[in-house]
Design a binder for this molecule. Structure first.
Ligand code: GDP
Length: 402
């Protein structure tokens, strides 16, 4: 049984926690896109982990992890993360594999990320400046460095010098300190495998694919240009792996409200005190950057769009407990644009020009409250999908099957 667990909004839906919970039933958790710009916080109770590159598998169990070639890897970040987990008392080194075709995020990519954001001025996307976009761009420019290149130091040095030359000439960025890269590679080299070896391995095991960011940040189907640099939609699984695989179920995770980091349209956004209340209660500050997240009401048109775009089979709702105690909870049910009503945007680029029609619910004291049950029923009816699990709190086991 192969499942994809991914975000139906603009990321930060609580996928890391949910994936970790589900991972116990799987042999592998696989990251298929993104890089260290991801920041999944997982609260184990006795300790907390923030996963940037290590897939969200339960480190206390036997599940293994694979970082596929759709991911761009910052070796330094990956090593530090593995070391952090070791300090807590779990050696996951032997449980992780990385595709040999994975592209490496280099210091020049981070420098360029910063420069690009500054040059864009008011049009800045609000990236995490982790070098992810430039690393993907170099992959497409065909000047990227892959893990497989580092097995032959002489060839790797030649490639690195060429990259340095390109960056100096094109962007005025200077970098020639390559040694740390080789040192990091030494530490990770035993984990590197060719993708076809994993294809063979995946024939007889259960795999859980872990989405990063969310469908609305997908490079094609998201709210371009305010998106991430990769195919974080479910469609990215096969391209990220590099070979076809049968997917049995696509489980989309959504928050009972909406948050967004960085710039870009956000039809149900709240401001002032109302937004601040949710931000503080939900601790809506970026796990990678610490930036305050923009907060707003649940937006059904955009949720329906994400469901359609990703082929969602069932959903998991998170963070409804954060809304507990509010007198009223609103949900955006349709958009109005040029005198027309839209249950679902026909094109996501329309969402910066819409007004939103809301429905108001009586708030709930806790998640046992009838008012909450009415909210859940309404979302299931409006989306035509079952909410299979409801996450009820921060920790891994704070979740109930519906
Ligand atoms: P991800 O990137 O999608 O994994 O999400 P983040 O890591 O940015 O944010 C998830 C945060 O919310 C983590 O600190 C989780 O422990 C927490 N969380 C997840 N689900 C719930 C929930 O249902 N209720 C509460 N209160 N916190 C949750």
């Amino acid at each position: 049984m192969n499942i994809v667990c991914y975000g139906l909004q603009w990321g930060d839906e609580g996928k890391g926690k949910v994936t970790t919970y589900l991972s116990r039933e799987f042999d592998y958790v696989v990251r298929y896109s993104g890089g260290s710009n991801a920041g999944h916080t997982v609260n184990y109770g006795e300790f907390k982990l923030v996963h940037h590159l290590v897939p969200s598998f339960d480190i206390r169990g036997n599940t293994k992890a694979y970082i596929a070639n759709g991911v761009v890897v910052d070796l330094d970040v990956l090593i530090k993360e593995i070391e952090e987990i070791k300090k807590i008392g779990f050696d996951v080194y032997d449980r992780i594999n990385i595709s040999s075709l994975t592209h490496i995020v280099l210091p020049v990519h981070k420098m360029l990320d910063e420069k690009l954001e500054i040059a864009k001025g008011e049009k800045a996307v609000g990236t995490t400046k982790r070098g992810i976009g430039p690393a993907y761009a170099d992959k497409v420019h065909r000047i990227g460095l892959r893990l497989v290149d580092l097995f032959d130091k002489e060839t790797a040095l030649e490639k690195l010098k060429f990259i340095s030359k390109m960056y100096k000439n094109l962007y005025g960025i200077e970098w020639d300190d390559y040694e740390i890269l080789f040192e990091n590679f030494e530490k990770l080299s035993k984990l590197i495998v060719p993708p076809l070896e994993m294809k063979e391995e995946f024939k007889n095991v259960n795999v859980l694919f872990e989405g990063t960011q969310g469908v609305l940040l997908d490079i094609d189907m998201g709210s371009y240009p305010y998106v991430t640099g990769s195919y974080c939609n479910t469609t990215g699984v096969e391209s990220g792996l590099g070979f076809p695989i049968k997917i049995d179920k696509r489980i989309g995770v959504f928050k009972a409200y909406v948050t967004r980091v960085g710039e870009g349209p956000f039809p149900t956004e709240l401001f002032g005190e109302e937004a601040e209340k949710i931000r503080i209660a939900g601790r809506e500050f970026g796990a990678t950057t610490g930036r305050p997240r923009r907060c707003g009401w649940l937006d059904l048109p955009i949720l329906r769009y994400a469901i359609e775009t990703s082929g969602c089979d069932e959903m998991i709702m998170t963070k409804a407990d954060i809304l507990s105690g509010l007198e009223k909870v609103k949900v955006g049910i349709r958009y109005l644009s040029n005198g027309r009503k839209f249950e679902i945007p026909n094109d996501i680029s329309m969402i910066d020009k819409v007004t939103v029609e809301y429905i108001e619910f009586n708030g709930w004291k806790n998640l046992e409250d009838d008012n909450f049950a009415k909210f859940v029923d309404f979302i299931e009816r409006e989306t035509g999908l079952k909410i299979a699990y409801i996450s009820t709190g921060e920790k891994i086991d704070d979740i109930r099957k519906v």
